[in-house]
Design a binder for this molecule. Structure first.
Ligand code: FAQ
Length: 316
């Protein structure tokens, strides 16, 4: 009898989830959800949170070397925003029943990934421009689409994050524009940064749809609203025009406007490089992870103090 009632409750909960999906209503933390949906979100959202946090490293190195006080203030504000994005996303992921400590342990053990892009070095000031323009530009295209993702806390976090990312994209484009209006050396630096960051930025959207194992479920559960290839095409279309305006050349000899598809066709992406980088063997993977582990260990006393404070208040 009891078993039958349990099964009935399960069925009602499932049908609420299905109805919400059908009506495009957000799924909220206390709603019943299939295990696969929860796991899929934990994987993607924690990866997203880790990316924001690890993403502070390449630009962080440039705070003390920014070429003016104005540039320094802007870069500081941007990096601080990325930290904030990481924190919203960790909180949003915690609503799915995983703790922040578990997420960090998964990052440190290599079980959880972070974006391929943050394993490349920022060699000079033009790289800071390229990161803002291309990396934040790619992140926005992806995240605008995620504003309509089915999980409420994730979609709401995306709305705020997108507003801040558009300021980041503009600060990067401003740096590139200034350099392209500068000396021959500055123009060469900007073009060199573009050459190095273009292809890894295209990889940020993930493998082609035909090689993307998670896309099927992501569409079924309305986690993704547009596919990896659709979003990549959108990014290329808008970025090629921006490059032309300031006189940068996209480093792709096969790039052509396709009148029929109304999109640019592009040359082949080096997927061997992508899989190598996300497997932990990119140019800066070790450096990024060692730095995160070191800073995390140094911050242990802050977490202990916060825990002691919480416990004291609970006792009172
Ligand atoms: N990097 O089946 P799919 C930012 C993995 S935020 C590393 O297509 P999915 C802001 C994927 O995890 C940037 N790994 O996967 C900022 C899976 O492996 P798994 C972060 C990648 O999830 C700017 C396997 O490949 N944004 O930059 C990547 O359906 C400047 C198969 O892939 C987000 O995370 C990659 N690029 O689609 C901060 C957005 N792509 O997990 C600081 C949210 C794929 O089975 C400074 N995430 N993989 O071991 C998403 O939209 C999706 O997760 C995708 C991948 C589109 C990234």
């Amino acid at each position: 009898m009891e078993l039958k009632e349990d099964i009935n409750i399960q069925n009602v909960a499932m049908s609420i989830f299905d109805r919400k999906m059908e009506m495009d209503e957000p799924i909220e933390p206390k709603d019943h959800m299939p295990d696969g949906y929860r796991k899929h979100l934990i994987r993607q959202m924690s990866q997203h949170a880790h990316s924001e946090v690890i993403g502070m490293q390449p630009e962080g190195n440039w705070i003390t070397r920014a070429p003016s006080l104005r540039a320094k203030q802007i870069l500081l504000a941007k990096i601080q925003d990325e930290c904030g994005h990481g924190l919203y996303l960790y909180s949003a992921t915690e609503t799915l029943g995983i703790s922040r400590a578990e997420m960090i342990a998964q990052l440190h053990s290599g079980k959880a990934k972070y974006s391929n892009i943050f394993n490349y070095p920022a060699l000079n000031w033009a790289d800071v421009g390229a990161i803002g323009w291309l990396v934040d530009g790619a992140a926005i295209v992806n995240q605008v689409s995620l504003q309509r993702t089915s999980y409420g806390p994730y979609s709401r976090a995306m709305v705020r994050i997108c507003k801040e990312e558009s300021f980041h994209q503009r600060q990067g484009y401003e740096i590139m524009t200034k350099m392209m209006r500068g000396t021959k050396e500055q123009r060469e630096m900007a073009q060199d940064a573009m050459n190095r960051w273009w292809w890894p930025s295209l990889m940020m959207f993930g493998p082609h749809d035909s090689d993307s194992p998670h896309t099927g479920d992501a569409f079924k559960w309305k986690i993704k609203r547009q596919s990896n290839d659709e979003l990549r095409a959108k990014f290329i279309d808008k970025t090629v025009q921006q490059a032309e305006v300031i006189g940068l050349t996209v480093p792709d000899k096969e790039l052509r406007w396709n009148e029929e598809k109304k999109h640019y066709d592009h040359g082949p992406i080096n997927w061997a490089e992508f899989y190598k980088v996300i497997a932990g063997f990119g140019p800066c993977n070790n450096q990024r992870m060692e730095h995160h582990k070191k800073i995390h260990a140094e911050g242990a006393w802050v977490r202990e103090a916060a825990e002691a404070h919480r416990a004291k208040h609970q006792r009172q």
